[in-house]
Design a protein around this ligand. Structure first.
Ligand SMILES: NC(=O)c1ccc[n+]([C@@H]2O[C@H](COP(=O)([O-])OP(=O)(O)OC[C@H]3O[C@@H](n4cnc5c(N)ncnc54)[C@H](O)[C@@H]3O)[C@@H](O)[C@H]2O)c1
Length: 249
C-alpha cells in the first residue's frame, strides 16, 4: 500500500531500464514521485516509464550514459527546465564481469570503473549543484556487498563498489558541513536477480554468455572477509597470509 512518502518529488533513477533500477523507479512512482527513468538503453527506459504511466503515475524516460559528463549536464538541465528542481537521485546504473585479474584487460577494468565509479561521482556532483540552491535533496548511491567482501573474479567490480561506498561517505560529510540540506546514502545489496552486467553498452561491446555467467556465479564461494579466514601455514611453518590486511597507523 502506498504511503505517499515521496509525494510530488522529482526523482531521477539511473540504469532504470532493468533489475533493481526498474524496481526502484516503479516503487518511487507508487510512492508518489514523478520519476525520470534513465538508462543507456533508451528503449528499456521508455518501457519502464510506460509501465509507470499505465499505473496512472508520472514518469518520463531519458537516455543517459552515466559515464558521460556532458550527458549528465544535459539531463539535469532538462529536468530543471521542466520541473524547476530535482529532489531524489538514485545512482543505480552498474556493470560487471567475472574474470581473474591476470586475464582482465585495461579496457575492461576502465569500463567498470567509468560506469560504476565515475557514474556515481558525476551524478553526485551535478545533483549537489542542482539540489543545494533549492533547499536540499536525497542522493542514493548503489554499492554492493562486493565492495565489502572480497570475491574472486570481481576485482574491477569490487574495487569500484568499495570506492563508491567511501566516496559517498565523503559526499555526505561535505553536504552536511556545507548545510546544503542534501543527504547522501549508500544502499549495499547482496545477490539480487537479475544480477547486473547483462550488458555494457548500448552498442553491445560486451555481451556475456548468460549460461556461462550463471555457472560462474553459482560457483562463487562464500565471501572472503579478511577477518574470517585464519592465515595458512606453509610447509616451513611460516605464516602465509593469503588475504589482504589493512594496517591503520
Ligand atoms: N543484482 C545484484 O545482485 C546486485 C548486487 C549488488 C549490487 N548491485 C548493483 O545494483 C545496481 C543494479 O544492478 P542490476 O542487477 O539491477 O543490473 P541490471 O544489469 O539488471 O541493470 C543495470 C542497468 O544499467 C544500465 N546501464 C549499463 N551501463 C550503463 C551506463 N553506462 N549508463 C546508464 N545505464 C547503464 C543497463 O542498461 C541496465 O538497464 C548496479 O549498480 C549493481 O552493481 C546489484
Amino acid at each position: 500500500m502506498s504511503t505517499g512518502r515521496v509525494h510530488a518529488k522529482i526523482a531521477l533513477v539511473t540504469g532504470g531500464g532493468s533489475g533493481i533500477g526498474r524496481a526502484t523507479a516503479i516503487l518511487l512512482a507508487n510512492e508518489g514521485a514523478t520519476v525520470i527513468v534513465s538508462d543507456i538503453d533508451a528503449h528499456a527506459a521508455e518501457q519502464v516509464a510506460n509501465v509507470i504511466r499505465d499505473e496512472a503515475s508520472e514518469a518520463e524516460a531519458v537516455k543517459l550514459d552515466v559515464a558521460e559528463e556532458s550527458a549528465w549536464m544535459a539531463v539535469i538541465e532538462g529536468i530543471l527546465t521542466r520541473h524547476q528542481r530535482i529532489d531524489v537521485l538514485v545512482n543505480n546504473a552498474g556493470v560487471s564481469f567475472a574474470k581473474p585479474i591476470a586475464e582482465t584487460t585495461l579496457d575492461e577494468w576502465r569500463r567498470v570503473l567509468s560506469v560504476n565509479l565515475d557514474g556515481a561521482f558525476l551524478g553526485t556532483k551535478h545533483a549537489i549543484v542542482a539540489m543545494r540552491s533549492r533547499g536540499g535533496g536525497s542522493i542514493i548511491n548503489v554499492a554492493s556487498v562486493s565492495g565489502i567482501n572480497a570475491y574472486p573474479e570481481a576485482s574491477a567490480y569490487g574495487a569500484s563498489k568499495a570506492a563508491v561506498r567511501h566516496f559517498s561517505k565523503i559526499a555526505a560529510i561535505e553536504c552536511a558541513d556545507a548545510e546544503t540540506g542534501i543527504r547522501v546514502n549508500v544502499v549495499t545489496p547482496g545477490g539480487v536477480k537479475p544480477r547486473c552486467g547483462s550488458r555494457w553498452t548500448s552498442s553491445g561491446s560486451w555481451q556475456p554468455n548468460r549460461a556461462e555467467r550463471t555457472k560462474r556465479l553459482r560457483g562463487w564461494r562464500a565471501p572472503h572477509p579478511h577477518t574470517s579466514s585464519p592465515p595458512r601455514r606453509t610447509s616451513s611453518g611460516a605464516s602465509s597470509t593469503l588475504l589482504p590486511m589493512s594496517l591503520l597507523i
